[in-house]
Ligand binder design. Structure first.
Ligand code: UDP
Length: 242
């Protein structure tokens, strides 16, 4: 399962909150974005892995926030999708300043800002060594970015979906490690066990999609220095779900 040297093509799912600052109330912390981008650019250059990033928007807006206040759910979700575009542009800027060519592709058309998501175009960019940042989720409300991350990974025939965490939890645990000191981390777990034990690592829709399409998921701590390179290289960190 784990490749001898590296993955060929991957999708990295990053939450919007990974770009925010734990230390301040900044929505997007430039120093955090710079650090993550530096690591992504350096490991991509070393390994040559084709990399697409699906970025979330939770640091700015989540559909459920507005819906909880009585807002129309579809409108609120659209705001969430637009939030992911803001994060994608921040990431693009930082990656390019590290010398890594990128393209932002959006699932909601906004030609003045970014290219539309077209599967074959995304693959072409990857083949040319560009990091593809996929924004605006799937373009449809009622989803979170976990599901488009899984969908795009299948569409572009990625080897694996890398789900980077940012909350200090470095994989899948038997219970919530923040609440239960007895919780143990799995090195590997099946899709079935994640679902039947209700281990909330990703949205259930995304998990079942990956199961149906035989797409493995690596859950790992995105914020720990050096982990992006290890994840791209297919090293045994975090938890592999397959
Ligand atoms: N969203 C959506 N459709 C999609 C992807 C995202 O409607 O295909 C909306 C949804 O409201 C979600 C918000 O965009 O809450 C931001 O994405 P997400 O919550 O996944 O961000 P993250 O938690 O990963 O930062």
């Amino acid at each position: 399962m784990i490749p001898p040297d590296r993955w060929r093509r991957v999708v990295l799912k990053m939450s919007g909150e990974a770009l925010a600052s734990p230390a301040s109330d900044e929505t997007i912390d430039a120093s955090v974005v710079r650090r993550v981008s530096k690591e992504i650019a350096a490991s991509r250059a070393d390994l040559g892995t084709e990399l697409a990033i699906v970025v979330g928007g939770g640091n700015i807006w989540r559909g459920t926030t507005g819906a909880g206040e009585g807002m129309d759910r579809a409108t609120s979700d659209t705001m969430g999708m637009l939030a992911t575009v803001i994060n994608a542009l921040a990431l693009q800027d930082a990656l390019e300043r590290e010398g890594q060519p990128t393209r932002v592709l959006t699932a909601i058309e906004m030609a003045e800002v970014a290219e539309p998501y077209i599967r074959r175009r995304a693959i072409r960019h990857l083949e040319k060594g560009r990091v593809v940042i996929l924004a605006a989720g799937m373009g449809n409300p009622y989803f979170t970015t976990d599901t488009p991350a899984a969908l795009r990974a299948a569409e572009i025939e990625a080897d694996i979906l890398l789900k980077g965490t940012h909350s200090g939890v470095d994989g899948v645990y038997s219970a919530d490690p923040m609440l239960d000191s007895e919780a143990v981390r799995y090195d590997e777990i099946s899709f079935m066990d994640v679902v039947s034990r209700d281990l909330r690592v990703m949205d259930l829709t995304a998990i079942t999609f990956c199961k149906d399409n035989k797409l493995p998921i690596l859950v790992f701590d995105l914020m720990k220095e050096g982990n992006i390179a290890l994840a791209l290289a297919g090293r045994e960190i975090g938890t592999l779900i397959r």
